[in-house]
Design a protein around this ligand. Sequence first.
Ligand code: 5GP
Ligand code: MN
Length: 343
Amino acid sequence: MLTNNEISELKLLLNQKKKIVITSHTNPDGDAIGSSLAMYHYLTKLGNTVNIVLPNKFPNYYNWLTDSDKILIYEKQSKLSQKLLVEAEIIFSLDYNAISRLGALTEIVLGTSAKRILIDHHIDPEIENFDYCHSTVETSSTGELIYDFITKAGDEKLIDKNIAEAIYTGIVTDTGSFSFSCNRPETYLITSKLISHGVNAEKIHKLIYDTYSENRLRLLGYAISNRMVVWEELHTALIYLTKSDLKKYNYKVGDTEGVVNYPLSMEKINMSVLITERDNKLRLSFRSKGDFSVNELAKAHFNGGGHKNAAGGKTSETIDELIDRLKTVMGDYKKQLNYIISL
Ligand code: 5GP
Ligand code: MN
């Protein structure tokens, strides 16, 4: 974490009308988008020229966030995104711990001479790749860390409704509506402040979670009825969705968000995996409840990482090969997965 002195030093830099680009990780989620927009509004208020560049598209249920239409998507606007990154004096890295999480943007960012500032809550940040790191794993979300950064910079008075809504979006999505990573009093103290700044928590819940298309809800039903495999003895369940499943339900970015959580609602299931076929690769999403670390699992076996209870990964295997390997790998963790949640 940055000390208050380091944040004051940074604040001097951020008061000099700099050209700044904010970046976040591939497959941006609510925290990636929320923390980027909160920082965007804040740094713009300080007088900087600020742009947000994300590697690929984000779900349209975040379109209501103020200025989300100004976010540049590298996949669609690569020339302009690259130009802004090359010209940037400062690059913010929000909600990711390794530059490679930028996907196609990785080499561009590594090739610029901009100062790099990381604000993030993932385990083991690549500190050697950043000039400043505001990073801790305890915090619910990067959104919460943005609030911390702005207040430590002495700028709480600059927090307006736009900033508050963006930070709240990061907190509410990264805690699954306050159902995990939600045991620190600070999260609620900050949330309380955000409500005072005009956040309408009920409305935001509806805008994010009650905006399914019929296809999205039917895809969820199909995934659970037809594509869920339960290995009770391994306390593990998986759901797989093929390219043609996704096509059948007219898949749109964000439609599989949250699907991985459903198997965990079974009492004896402590680990859940969602496998989705994307282009020529398989994407994996892992969730656990309790002590089992899916971050360790994803890092060791599936070319990924994340947090203790939520992680992701990728592989070039076929679905059948992956499911076979997963069963073998999970067999090695059988003992560790055998627990019952209790207080
Ligand atoms: P999700 O399953 O929602 O895509 O991701 C869960 C968590 O794991 C997020 O915090 C995300 O940043 C992280 N994550 C997802 N995919 C990867 C990956 O390929 N590599 C790493 N290091 N982290 C990932
Ligand atoms: Mn996050």
